[in-house]
Design a protein around this ligand. Structure first.
Ligand SMILES: Nc1ncnc2c1ncn2[C@@H]1O[C@H](COP(=O)(O)OP(=O)(O)OP(=O)(O)O)[C@@H](O)[C@H]1O
Length: 304
């Protein structure tokens, strides 16, 4: 079985005839769906500080429709802060965030979170945000709440239109369960599942929102090789089959370089690289940051 950190293990080769798909490339079997489109998300000159700590300094990049865009960087580089600025957990002191041309950055964090969910942005979390005592099915069902038309009283009564709606919603959830191959666990409380499976359920909860843009915060952290392979396959399938645009933070460089169309590299809150995996790999500043050319003798960062 190939090593998860070996790029070849997750290559789009079976999907994509082009060796390095770039923003203008139509990739693979799902070519029509995966044709990289216009800018979906634009992040402009974002700066964020916590007291004296400058977490992000003047960061700009864009995300195009249907692409897989990675944000990488050594520990403390600002990756999670960036994701938190995008979906409204943090309010940057400077900069703009535009989603489909709409200036969502000017909204207060709470309103932005709501607006972005309405506009089809879903997120998974580094530290899982699941209800451990609830079943897999019920956890994924929580992702459907935005699509439920009947109010809570109707849902509690489970009669007439509310019952019909619940059945329709459950059908969608069952399809996600099949897609993620977790049928055997549908009634199992999430807390009793392995970490890898819990991550898969978290992805299912986000997919239940029918996102157009999916933000994945370290989707493979803490997974074994086999679990990483599965998760990579699901990410590629979501992107190929549903055309979902994906922004992911990930530490496993083999995975990032293999599944991403473009990569942003952060270091100490600054952007030091942005381009295709091949361009980023050849960027001297990125190599320096990752190989830790450091006279102090500090341990080098993970290699590219
Ligand atoms: N809520 C916060 N309060 C104070 N400082 C913070 C907060 N969140 C992040 N920071 C600081 O901002 C900087 C960037 O942190 P961030 O978590 O965004 O980096 P990261 O690249 O995601 O790191 P890792 O890979 O270790 O998760 C760090 O110096 C961190 O200590």
């Amino acid at each position: 079985m190939p090593d998860a950190t070996d790029g070849a293990a997750f290559h789009r080769a079976t999907h994509d005839p082009a060796p390095t798909p770039g923003p203008e490339t139509a990739a693979g079997d799902g070519a029509a769906r995966r044709r990289i489109g216009d800018v979906l998300l634009e992040v402009g000159n974002i700066s964020l500080s916590f007291g004296g700590v400058k977490a992000l300094s003047d960061i700009s990049f864009d995300v195009r429709e249907h692409e897989i865009r990675a944000i990488i960087g050594p520990n403390g580089a600002g990756k999670s802060s960036m994701l938190n600025c995008i979906n409204g957990v943090y309010q940057p002191q400077q900069g703009r965030i535009r989603l489909r041309g709409e200036d969502v950055g000017r909204l207060s964090p709470r309103i932005r979170q709501r607006r972005m969910a309405e506009m089809g942005v879903a997120r998974t979390f580094q530290n899982l945000a699941l209800f451990k005592g609830m079943s897999v099915l019920d956890n994924i069902m929580t992702g459907r709440s935005l699509h439920m038309r009947r109010n809570l009283l109707w849902q509690a009564l489970r009669v007439g239109p509310a019952l019909r709606e619940e059945l329709a919603q459950r059908e969608k959830v069952e399809r996600i369960i099949d897609f993620l191959e977790i049928q055997a666990y549908r009634k199992t409380p999430v807390g009793g599942l392995s970490y890898g499976l819990q991550k898969r359920v978290d992805l299912g909860r986000a997919l239940a929102m029918e996102p157009r843009l999916l933000l994945l915060d370290e989707p493979m952290a803490g997974m074994n090789v086999e679990e990483k392979q599965d998760m990579c396959r699901f990410i590629l399938d979501v992107n190929d089959e549903f055309g979902t645009t994906i922004v992911l933070i990930e530490h496993d460089m083999g995975v990032v370089m293999d599944i991403s169309d473009r990569v942003v590299v952060l270091d100490y809150g600054r952007k030091i690289g942005d381009g295709t995996p091949a361009q980023v790999r050849a960027n001297p500043e990125v190599i320096r940051a990752y190989l830790g050319a450091d006279e102090s003798g500090a341990a080098p960062s993970p290699s590219l």
